[in-house]
Design a protein around this ligand. Structure first.
Ligand code: ADP
Ligand code: ZN
Length: 747
């Protein structure tokens, strides 16, 4: 790499976005020139401290200086920070993501260096060892427990544990442990700041995996081959239960054999319990799980260990894409169609698409695995840019479940009853056979709308254009919650409009209400609820999954967090309470999304020896999505959907980009949105269309009025460039905010 010496000019990309307008894309202002002082050699990627006005800030050397300021007016770099450098491919990824998403590069760089602590070398931690001194006086049971924990660890050769570790293991308070230190029985020593993966056992690619079926073998061979080749995108397109995980495990093994690192992106890290078990079974050790709930110290160590090549495999949600791998050899995006890969705040990006970008820049293959690949992905297969590997059948003796519709128009149900007779009967039958059922409803809470029966007043969020959703499983009794901003209040005693007391009526079902109904209808069955309100973290998820696996649950009722990837051999009946729920509204992807979600949910049924049955409650059994699910005709559905998009010039055959202008004042938002529309008419390529400004789908969010513009062009158009230029033309002041969303996921 190029070396910069004393007197050279270097361009530094600051980690903090510089004042002024956020989101200036591509402009000179993103990087600042500095001089290399005597005694310092710098290579591109070095993390440095530089002066900026009265402050010192951190930045990354991006390359040779670019400005034309006289050298005498440049300030010198202050020094290098003790931090692994940002590699060339990763720097290019920052630039590429910034320009594609029309975001400031500094904002993208912050995702690479997410926390300032990542920049400081890990501090050695305090660990406890036995001094050998005999305890004075009477040894309490608690003190004995502490000493046993420490001597057991010491004989096992573990690193000295911390006070908190010991207290937890011995089930005593920290004070008991500290008391033993004061008594001279324990001593505090420094322990290496490891634990980020360096002293953890490494996954072993040579352990034998399962014997793969013929389709799996062919697909695995193709992926293993790809790992040896360089960049390519491999779409692992296999029906639910076909064993895609085992196939891409072979690609991971191939990368590990070459001594390289692998990254697996998953939609939601909290839901990986079963996946982690399988990884451990295959490779004999755990991967590094990267998620936002890691403590700072852990994150810092993990980040460094990844940068220093000491972590062979990372599994994480979208933010893991920006980790500084020392020698990346493979990227896997599991459930690649999942909308959770889209980040909708800050830098608005799609982790699957940016993973492909990173794969190209790092010259490594990217595996996109799904039973229901996104139309975008399939269009790229069609264009010959991605390779498709298919797994047509379920692994082993398992067969695809039979899917039936229950026409709700013909059901004579009481006014407030959500589970039809045939669905109830299917659950009862499954339980009688010792099998399990799953009920799916894509709605959190108890009821999506609360109404005053005296005056008809509907409870809405004070700062959003949304109904408040009643929740009953939270602490402190029934609450009304906004699912958009988090507003959370006690269900009032009286109607705020007419003052009537105890007149509130819940309208429609949420998952909690459904669970209540099922418990009432089937009092002999054991019902469990899986929704983000009851399953707060990985531990709670693991606990519930354990109960499912042990057969301690007859009916699992949940929202979409339940749909993802789980494998319960005894689960044979899946009921979808409201299969039409996602189909209403004008969203471009409504049908595709609903198909993907329902296919995923249906895919939980009958994954082992016992055949599965899926019942879809619907008021519209003739809808193409419902018909395709019943017929098992995924490809037919996708073709029709693709045709419709092609005719409309919609993605993936056209390119769309949205602008959301928001402000606390509706008039301010309108003025800026109009200005932006005028600017876009000048910067958009010929042939492009512009819709809006019109109220965004949620016209009021967190007290901000939101207007949306939608630019539509053909695939060749450079919409990010047009957006970036338009932004330069529009002054954005005060509390007004402009967000650009390239390839918006919903409208
Ligand atoms: P998918 O991700 O395609 O839905 P999974 O990878 O979860 O499918 O596989 C479904 C089940 O089949 C899992 O329990 C998995 O362990 C098992 N399985 C898959 N392939 C094999 C194989 N070759 N040998 C043994 N078990 C397998
Ligand atoms: Zn709200």
């Amino acid at each position: 790499a190029r070396l910069f010496r004393a007197g050279d000019r270097v361009a530094v990309l600051p980690l903090q976005a510089m004042g002024g307008q956020p989101g200036r894309a591509g402009g000179r202002l993103d990087r600042l020139d500095y001089l290399v002082p005597p005694g310092l050699d710098l290579t591109p990627g070095a993390v440095v401290r530089v002066p900026l006005g009265p402050r010192q800030i951190t930045g990354v050397v991006w390359g040779p200086g670019e400005g034309d300021l006289a050298a005498t007016r440049l300030k010198p770099v202050i020094g290098r920070r003790d931090c692994p450098p940002v590699s060339g491919p990763l720097r290019r990824l920052v630039d590429a993501v910034a320009s594609y998403t029309v975001s400031p590069p500094a904002g993208v760089l912050r995702m690479v260096l997410p926390i300032d602590e990542a920049l400081d070398p890990p501090r050695p931690e305090a660990g406890l060892v036995l001094t050998g001194a005999a305890p004075q006086g009477r040894l309490t049971a608690q003190r004995r427990a502490v000493l046993e924990v420490i001597s057991a660890g010491a004989t096992a050769g573990d690193t000295p544990p911390s006070v908190a570790d010991v207290a937890r293991a011995a089930d005593v308070s920290d004070g008991v442990v500290r008391g033993l230190v004061e008594a001279g029985v324990l001593a505090v020593v420094e322990r290496p700041g490891g634990r980020g993966g360096d002293d953890a056992p490494a996954p072993d690619p040579e352990r034998p995996g399962p014997v793969l079926g013929p389709d799996q073998t062919a697909a695995a061979a193709a992926l293993v081959d790809a790992v040896a080749q360089g960049f390519s995108v491999e779409v692992l397109d296999g029906v639910t239960g076909s064993g895609k995980t085992e196939v891409y495990f072979e690609a991971i093994a191939a990368a590990l054999r070459r001594g390289r690192q692998a990254l697996v992106l998953v939609p939601e890290i909290a839901l990986t319990t079963q996946w982690l078990e399988r990884f451990r079974a295959r490779f004999g050790a755990a991967p590094l799980s990267w998620h936002s709930e890691l403590g700072h110290a852990h994150r810092r160590r993990a980040w460094r260990a990844v940068a220093e090549g000491r972590v062979p495999v990372v599994v994480g949600a979208r933010s893991a894409l920006f980790l500084p791998f020392a020698d990346l050899g493979l990227i896997v995006v599991d459930e690649e169609h999942d909308a959770a890969f889209k980040q909708e705040e800050g830098v608005i990006y799609h982790a699957r698409d940016m993973a492909v970008m990173r794969g190209a820049l790092e010259a490594v293959p990217v595996v996109l695995a799904s039973a229901t690949p996104a139309l975008e992905t399939l269009a790229n297969v069609e264009r010959g840019r991605y390779h498709r590997r298919r797994l047509a059948a379920r692994h082993g003796a398992a067969v695809m479940p039979a899917v039936e519709a229950i026409d709700m128009r013909g059901q004579r149900l009481p006014a407030v009853r959500f589970v039809s007779e045939p669905l109830k009967q299917a659950i009862v039958d499954a339980a009688a056979r010792g099998e399990q059922a799953m009920l799916f409803i894509n709605r959190r809470g108890y009821a999506p709308l609360t109404l005053c029966r005296a005056c008809g007043h509907r409870m809405r969020c004070p700062s959003c254009d949304a109904w408040l959703v009643e929740h009953r499983l939270r602490a402190g009794g029934p609450r009304l919650v906004c699912h958009h901003c988090g507003h959370d209040e006690k269900l009032p005693d009286a109607c705020p409009d007419c003052g009537a007391e105890d007149k509130f009526a819940p309208c429609g079902p949420g998952v909690e209400r459904l669970a209540e109904e099922v418990a009432g209808l089937l009092p002999d069955l054991r019902v469990a609820v899986m929704t983000s309100d009851t399953i707060a973290g990985p531990e709670a998820a693991a606990e519930l999954i354990g109960r499912m696996e042990a057969g301690a649950v007859d009916v699992l009722i949940g929202t979409q967090m339940m749909a993802k990837g789980y494998h319960f051999p005894k689960l044979t009946v899946v009921g979808v309470v409201d299969a039409d729920l996602g189909l209403a509204g004008g969203d471009l992807r409504a049908a595709e999304r609903t198909y993907q979600l329902l296919a995923q949910v249906a895919g939980r049924a009958g994954r082992a020896e016992r055949p599965g049955r899926v019942l879809l409650q619907t008021y519209d059994p003739g809808h193409p999505v419902i018909r395709a699910l019943i017929a098992g005709d995924r490809d037919g559905f996708l073709e029709a959907e693709a045709d419709a998009r092609r005719q409309a010039g919609a993605p993936p055959y056209g390119r769309w980009a949205a602008v959301i202008v928001s402000a606390p004042d509706a008039g301010d938002a309108r003025v800026t949105a109009d200005l932006f529309a005028r600017a876009l008419r000048r910067t958009l390529p010929p042939g492009a269309r512009l819709l809006g400004p019109a109220p965004a789908p949620i016209g009021l969010l967190r007290g901000r009025h939101r207007l949306r513009l939608l630019a539509m062009a053909d695939r060749a158009a450079d919409l990010p460039l047009a957006m970036a230029r338009a932004r330069e033309l529009v002054p954005v002041r005060g509390a007004i905010r402009v967000q650009i969303d390239v390839d918006p996921q919903s409208f």
